[in-house]
Design a protein around this ligand. Structure first.
Ligand SMILES: C[S@@+](CC[C@H](N)C(=O)[O-])C[C@H]1O[C@@H](n2cnc3c(N)ncnc32)[C@H](O)[C@@H]1O
Length: 264
């Protein structure tokens, strides 16, 4: 099975991703790796690696040779290969991991599970490639409690376009227990859930707006596909939602994090 529908809004460059989401993803990766105790001795797999926020943390902690990464978006795979020599980076979806059974000590997916077409199949695949008792961990933005940038953007979009898609995909697994429930029903053991908060800094609103013009993810894609006058209205409504910041400011994001063990 090869399913790449989740990459429909991830065709932008690694640089555009870094500016838009990477500034959050890098901070999140460090804490996610620690909170989920992902250095458990053995090889590590980053599922849906993007340009490599979590892969970079894993390679620094475990050594590049102990790390593998997959993503179905070819430009992210190319960026990861270039940035992280020695890491085994492959173009593949979470639902069909190109690895044998039980070869990793841990597998993790950061900000990915809400984009995959079949999350249960992805969880089962992650459980399959880790050894019995190995760690499987995922995190997604908690859209219910706080990803300030995306919430303010979609609220602005909805205020001028009631048909705006909101973060349709990312609202999946937004609330407490949903991810843990998915893991438990996928046969994973010792399921633990937590939240992690990260912040990103912007020099001003124009810097933030420029990151949307990279067309990354559902929000960036929505912004760049609006006709010019609608885009201007959207920009203005977005600035209004953020209180029209006059200078530098920070925004925070809360991620819901789940760690479990593969059945023994
Ligand atoms: C928000 S980005 C997260 C990237 C990276 N993990 C990070 O933390 O920066 C979502 C990623 O999920 C990937 N993706 C989409 N569908 C996927 C699938 N079916 N399997 C694995 N990854 C997928 C996208 O290509 C994109 O790189």
């Amino acid at each position: 099975m090869s399913d790449t529908r989740g990459t429909a809004t991830f065709r932008a460059s690694a640089q555009a991703y870094d500016a838009f989401m990477g500034r959050y993803a890098r901070a999140l990766a460090t804490t996610f790796f620690e909170v989920c105790r992902l250095a458990v001795g053995g090889r590590f797999l980053d599922v849906g690696c993007g340009p490599g926020a979590l892969t970079t943390v894993a390679a620094a902690r475990l050594g590049a040779a102990a790390v593998a990464a997959v993503d179905p978006a070819p430009q992210f795979v190319a960026a990861c290969l270039e940035r992280l020599p020695g890491v085994d980076v492959r173009c593949a979806p979470a639902e069909n991991l190109p690895f044998g059974d039980g070869i990793f000590a841990a597998a993790a997916a950061q900000l990915v599970l809400h984009f995959v077409s079949n999350p249960t199949r992805a969880a089962l695949e992650m459980a399959r490639v880790v050894r019995p008792g190995g760690v499987v961990a995922v995190c997604v933005w908690d859209m219910e409690y706080g990803m300030e940038m995306l919430r303010a953007f979609w609220d602005a979009a909805l205020s001028i376009d009631p048909g705006a898609p909101d973060e349709e995909q990312t609202l999946r697994f937004g609330g407490p227990d949903e991810l843990a429930g998915l893991f438990a029903s996928s046969g994973l053991d010792e399921v633990e859930e937590d939240t992690v908060t990260v912040t990103a800094h912007y020099s001003g609103f124009s810097e933030l707006w420029s990151t949307f013009l990279g067309g990354v993810g559902p929000a960036g894609n929505y912004a760049v596909t609006r006709p010019e006058p609608v885009q201007e209205a959207l920009k203005d409504a977005f600035a209004e939602r953020l209180g029209r910041p006059g200078g530098g400011f920070s925004l925070s994001g809360v991620a819901r994090v789940v760690r479990a063990k593969a059945p023994r």
